[in-house]
Design a protein around this ligand. Structure first.
Ligand code: GLU
Length: 497
């Protein structure tokens, strides 16, 4: 068999969305599984909507996911250029071929005339498609239009007879009635190729063997097959992958929340978790396995296991999966992933001293089990890095306002001030002693300290927290909490009085 060559062909008109990333991933996995070539081609012929910023965002997102392409932007390759806007002469030459062979023709109809044609068709109960009236213009008629200053488009002379079979690797055999086709435009009046035309020229010239793309393109496929045949090009295999829906079963869109890959990256989803999760949007190996490292995906990915049914984007599942991947990181890996986040929040400067590095690692070690997304580290760890606590009102009411809290903090404070080392071994006896003294549960002693030093009633183990904070901060915060309680009690006393 010929070497497998697949491509991902985004239009740079926005960010890389989950659906596009999943298409890119399936192409990547298919290429790697078959030791084939993964081509990245930028379809930027829509000049009004394509931007360099979008191209960059797409390349960045691909790099973040680790979907390295073999040919394309920044890489080059033997079948370039890989930007459609740089291939205009190729489209021109191929349009000429079809004009010469009689499979394409110039159409001079104005937008108003086209509108009229559509309206007439609808009023007669027919499909609103082009009626082919420019198919057989004489040279004199054409010249007349040109003299009127009309700029023609090039249309394909479609074959309306019979049917076109799409033998899809995922959807099976799908037959399209050719009388549904019309003489679609190949080259617009400004000289730019249409999607259906450029995609066929490129896929053929780039020797693409398998076209793996979203199911929304299935209806374009019969047009493209007719074009391949008109050129005498070999038709590639097609595989149309199912759509991605939101939880309400409507097509996944912005109103369902984050859908751009860049957003997920910013929120602190790990690339490996994203790749694992995206792979399961339409593909499964067997029902029992959910976690797949990339190498395993490459080994196991086949189109035969891609479903025909739409996939539902399940954010809680992605979050869970990201938590699993976070817990698998070594402390060093976790640090490398988390550091840029801490820096962006101003918790840590660009230059990190060895002491600060070990403090950050300590924080990470005690939070690794507790977060699902890196951005959660902000709320979960700010009290280690910033002086100003924001007290959670509910926690304060539940814990600090409770009877006995003041006494517990008062009895712990001198002991904590006197403690030499802030280690579990040194701290635990202090808390145990207070527990005995106050005849209560250990948690009753711990909770006021927790709220005092973190502002909330949920945190990692108290001894770990105090160990990171150290004596000065711990004791200062307990004093601040005592002051706060005093103010609150004074306040409520005066209300009652
Ligand atoms: N540029 C097209 C898109 O983004 C590519 C479709 C295809 O893969 O043929 O939808």
């Amino acid at each position: 068999m010929n070497q497998v060559r697949v491509r991902f062909a985004p239009s740079p008109t926005g960010y890389l969305h989950v659906g596009g990333a999943r298409t890119a991933l399936f192409n990547y996995l298919y290429a790697r599984h078959h030791q084939g070539v993964f081509v990245l081609r930028i379809e930027d012929t829509d000049l009004a909507r394509s931007t360099d910023a979008s191209t960059q965002a797409i390349l960045e997102a691909m790099k973040y996911l680790g979907l390295d392409w073999d040919e394309g932007p920044e890489k080059g390759g033997g079948y370039g250029p890989y930007f459609q806007s740089e291939r205009l002469d190729l489209y021109r030459r191929h349009a000429d071929k079809l004009l010469d062979s009689g499979r394409a023709y110039y159409c001079f109809c104005t937008p108003e005339e086209l509108d009229q044609i559509r309206q007439d068709a609808v009023s007669k109960g027919r499909d609103p498609k082009y009626d082919g009236r420019c198919r057989n213009l004489t040279e004199a008629q054409q010249q007349q239009f040109i003299n009127q200053g009309r700029k023609p488009v090039v249309r394909f002379k479609a074959d309306y007879h019979g049917s076109t079979l799409v033998d899809d690797l995922i959807r099976g055999k799908v037959t399209f009635d050719n009388n549904q086709l019309d003489d679609f435009v190949l080259v617009k009046s400004d000289g730019m190729p249409t999607y259906n035309f450029a995609v066929v020229v490129d896929d053929a010239l780039m020797r693409i063997t398998h076209v793996i793309r979203g199911e929304d393109h299935l209806s374009n496929t019969p047009k493209q097959i007719q074009l391949y045949e008109a050129f005498g090009f070999a038709v590639p295999r097609f595989a149309h992958i199912p759509m991605i829906l939101g939880p309400d079963r409507a097509r996944l869109s912005k109103r369902h929340g984050a859908t751009s890959v860049g957003q997920f990256q910013e929120e602190g989803y790990l690339a490996d978790a994203m790749v694992n999760y995206l792979a399961l949007l339409g593909w499964s190996y067997d029902d029992s396995q959910t976690l797949f490292r990339k190498a395993e995906l490459v080994e196991k990915f086949t189109l035969a296991k891609v479903s025909k049914n739409p996939a539902v984007f399940d954010l809680p599942k992605l979050q869970w999966m990201n938590g699993v991947y976070i817990r698998e990181l070594s402390l060093e890996q976790f640090y490398q992933q988390a550091l840029p986040f801490f820096q962006s929040w101003g918790f840590v400067p660009q230059e990190v001293s060895p002491e600060l590095e070990s403090k950050v690692k300590h924080v990470l070690r005690i939070l690794q089990e507790r977060i699902k997304v890196l951005s959660e580290l902000k709320e979960a760890s700010y009290y280690f890095f910033q002086d100003q606590l924001h007290y959670d009102e509910k926690a304060v009411q539940k814990v600090l306002d409770k009877e006995g809290a003041v006494e517990i903090l008062h009895s712990l404070l001198p002991e904590l001030l006197a403690a030499k080392d802030y280690t579990q071994e040194k701290l635990e006896p202090i808390f145990r002693k207070a527990q005995e003294q106050h005849q209560c549960k250990l948690a009753t002693v711990i909770q006021p300290v927790r709220v005092a030093v973190t502002g909330t009633n949920v945190s990692p183990g108290i001894y770990d927290v105090l160990a990171v904070l150290g004596r000065a901060k711990t004791c200062q915060r307990i004093k601040d909490a005592l002051e706060l309680i005093k103010q609150r009690q004074g306040g409520s006393a005066s209300v009652q009085g």
